[in-house]
Design a protein. Structure first.
Lengths: 231, 102
């Protein structure tokens, strides 16, 4: 009964993410099939890596004949932004049992981070069990879509760029839903300009993490400046 | 890609991903955080989403995606009006597809 209650709460919240993951998970599985990853392996990789950017990168680097060490470094770097999500979510898991906290932490993605953080921060008593169910339901849809894509293979012609814009739209929606005061405007502006500049300079996989850190630094400096001004 | 290469890649990346996802949470979980750390944590969502959007819209080889930028404006309007994630995803894909045809 408790599980059903958690699912009833979590599934409507997870549904937009699940649909988006189906839309981009199938082409991701198609690409994985092109480098010899079968449906079962695609499911396993997707359920454990659970990283869209990392998995698309894995296939494209393998297709380009990139050495394994370079592939590991590239995909590992693109995952480093998870450090920020993990830190930001930590205050909301202070009283969660360790196994549940570990399962939750291990299944956070860009999209589920945004959705769960919104719920935690709303103060409406969003529970860690519901947040974990959102993560797991999203993970299952991602892994199943990847397995399906790997099963049908290149026979399926999918406009990947259009499908992947679903995820960009989710990020835009989550960004638009933030509180827009001077500090947040500055943080967003510095992060955006930072990413543009870092990518132009060739930072590649690290641009998101470093750009976000620059934005946070700018926000902290503005906060410090405001406190000095009011002292 | 050989099976051995795949296993080396898979296990190495999996270890990094698990560390990135779990270590900060367990290092900070239940601790009394200083006001500066709390302030920094509060800035992460805006910074992260802005960086992710910028990353999706800008490619050093082809520059800023104009269809992506314009479709994002449509998504912002949808987000402000409804706040619906799924609505934003659908409208965003539709707008991006239409603008890409122009």
């Amino acid at each position: 009964m408790r599980v059903l209650k958690v699912l009833r709460t979590a599934l409507p919240v997870a549904l937009p993410i699940m649909l988006g993951y189906v839309a981009i998970g199938i082409p991701c599985g198609v690409m994985a099939a092109e480098v010899g990853v079968g449906p079962a392996a695609a499911f396993l990789v997707s359920a454990t890596f659970y990283s869209g950017a990392g998995q698309f990168m894995m296939s494209s680097l393998a297709l380009a004949g990139t050495p394994v060490a370079s592939m590991v470094a590239s995909v590992a770097l693109v995952s480093t932004r998870q450090l920020l999500y993990s830190a930001a979510l930590s205050p909301y898991l202070a009283r969660a049992p360790k196994p549940l906290a570990a399962l939750f932490a291990a299944t956070v993605t860009d999209e589920s981070f945004g959705v769960n953080l919104d719920r935690f921060a709303s103060g409406e008593g969003w529970e860690v069990s519901s947040a974990t169910a959102v993560n797991l339901a999203s993970m299952f849809s991602w892994a199943a879509a990847n397995a399906l894509g790997a099963a049908v293979g290149p026979a399926l012609a999918i406009p990947t760029t259009i499908m992947s814009f679903a995820m960009t739209s989710i990020f835009v929606c989550l960004l638009a839903g933030q509180r827009w005061d001077l500090t947040n405007v500055l943080v967003a502006a510095v992060a955006i300009v930072g990413v543009f500049a870092l990518k132009a300079l060739g930072a590649g996989s690290l641009a998101v993490l470093l750009g976000a850190l620059l934005g946070i630094l700018a926000g902290l400096l503005l906060g410090s400046f405001k406190r000095r001004g009011s002292a | 890609m050989s099976t051995q290469d795949f296993l080396v890649f898979y296990l190495s990346v999996l270890a990094v991903i698990v560390v990135c996802r779990c270590v900060p949470l367990f290092a900070l979980k239940g601790r009394a955080l200083s006001p500066r750390v709390t302030e920094a944590l509060g800035l992460i969502p805006v910074a992260a989403f802005a960086a992710l959007v910028a990353n999706d819209l800008f490619d050093p080889a082809s520059g800023l995606s104009v269809p992506g930028l314009l479709a994002s404006v449509v998504v912002v309007a949808m987000a402000r009006r409804t706040g619906s994630l799924i609505g934003c995803a659908l409208v965003g894909m539709g707008a991006y597809a239409l603008l890409g045809m122009i």
